[in-house]
Design a protein around this ligand. Structure first.
Ligand code: NAD
Length: 409
């Protein structure tokens, strides 16, 4: 009897593994640019602490299902680790490690004294009831206590989680320690991320987006808000997509109507006042600006040649693979990288910490002005380096961020 050995094992290369490969590739580029030695490279490529936990969740029918949870602290040399929490069925330790690493660079680039962390649970939150989700979240929070907790780090929302998830986590910490971990107050972090992405986009455009056409991949907490802010600034958002599909309206979408439809029906697909589009065709639309606000690995070598937008803004983490980066650069497109365009959340979270430490009170406008300066200044610094050294914005952003982490180590 012969044993069939598959010639390729693509199933072993998970999206998480691809994300980590991208993150390591980007790091290697910065290491080379900065002329760092092998030991430093290894130190930067290796997370300081990683944890995998089994999270039992009691379902409504009495069954106990076990799902995997992860928490990674990539680097703490610049300060306590900061990071999101993702609930997604495809999440694995590789993906969480990549996201923790990107968070380290994001904080360093924005000049924030935090390290990078990330958490994830391999579960589809839409498949659970609210009570099941609460039990799962609390159990996960209890399992990762050795790494997290109110005085070590408090997770913030990411894909598949929201402020309610964070409230369950804070409450679990409180029950454990008796210490009340305050939540974000002035604006939600996904809103801050979206505002940061708008600032990054406008900085790259060198002014107003008035009349420019925009397509947005991902109509979740971040993507829906970026669409809103760009439309508010004068752009015409002609297409958006989410996991359910994509919709297009050449004259500009009614974003309020679409948000209401999406909340009611669970996705943008089927929205009446727009044309239906194949989900992935959105990426290749003839628009001026493409905002990536879904998940990693959205633009790959397979679809990058078809991308027609001149400006790509990464509100999501890791949406463009290194192979796609090369194709986009060769085609003359500008990519505003994730560690710059999606840093708004962590910047505002640091601003809140500064405000609280000073026992001061800042208005929304003051927060906005400070957020603007941080993102815009980081953009100018990155673009100057990119221009001087002939780098892409991503290469320059990683060189600045990695250099800062190394000098603080
Ligand atoms: P979310 O879960 O609220 O939204 C994700 C959206 O992407 C959903 O609309 C989903 O349907 C859509 N999506 C998934 N697969 C898709 C596909 N193949 N094509 C099109 N759409 C698809 O998540 P979020 O919090 O908005 O996060 C989105 C991205 O932004 C993630 O990369 C996250 O890491 C990053 N980010 C989030 C925050 C935050 O504060 N929430 C901060 C920084 C970065």
């Amino acid at each position: 009897m012969s044993i069939m050995v598959p010639s390729k094992t693509p199933a072993l290369i998970t999206p998480g593994r691809q994300a980590l490969d991208s993150a390591l590739h980007q790091l290697a580029g910065a290491v080379e640019h900065l002329g760092l030695d092998d030991e430093t490279h290894t130190m930067l490529a290796t997370p300081r602490r990683s944890m995998a936990v089994a999270v039992p969740v009691r379902r409504e029918d009495g069954r106990v299902q076990v799902v995997q949870g992860f928490r990674v602290q990539h680097n703490v040399s610049r300060g306590p680790a900061k990071g999101g929490l993702r609930f997604h069925p495809g999440t694995d330790l590789h993906e969480v490690t990549a996201l923790a690493m990107w968070m380290t660079w994001k904080c360093a680039l924005a000049g924030i004294p935090y390290g990078g962390a990330m958490g994830g649970v391999a579960v589809d939150p839409a498949a659970l009831t609210a009570r099941e989700l609460e039990r799962l979240t609390r159990r996960y929070a209890a399992e990762i206590l050795p790494l997290a907790g109110p005085e070590k780090e408090v997770p913030v929302p990411d894909a598949g989680t929201d402020e309610r998830t964070m409230a369950w986590i804070r409450d679990t910490y409180r029950l454990d320690s008796g210490y009340w971990a305050p939540g974000a107050s002035i604006m939600t972090l996904d809103d801050a991320t979206a505002r940061g992405a708008r600032i990054a986009a406008l900085s790259a455009l060198g002014g107003s987006p008035m009349g420019l056409t925009v397509a947005v991949q991902g109509f979740g907490k971040v993507g829906a808000r970026v669409a809103h802010y760009l439309a508010e600034a004068g752009a015409k958002v002609v297409a958006v997509s989410d996991a359910s599909g994509a919709v297009y309206a050449g004259g500009g979408l009614d974003l309020d109507g679409l948000r209401a439809w999406s909340a009611e029906s669970g996705g943008v697909s089927g929205y009446r006042d727009a044309d239906a589009l194949h989900r992935d065709d959105l990426l290749e639309l003839d628009v001026d600006v493409l905002v990536l606000a879904a998940l990693e690995g959205a633009v790959t070598e397979a679809n990058a040649p078809g991308v027609r937008a001149r400006l790509i803004v990464e509100a999501a983490n890791g949406p463009t693979t290194p192979e796609a980066d090369e194709i986009l650069a060769a085609n003359g497109a500008t990519v505003v990288p994730d560690i710059l365009a999606s840093a708004g959340g962590v910047i505002v979270s640091h601003l809140e910490w500064v405000r609280n430490a000073q026992a001061g009170s800042w208005s929304n406008a003051e927060f906005d002005a400070r957020l603007h300066d941080r993102v815009h200044d980081a953009f100018i610094e990155v673009r100057s380096l990119a221009t001087a050294r002939g780098l892409t914005l991503r290469e320059a952003a990683h060189a600045v961020a990695v250099g800062r982490v190394v000098s603080d180590h």
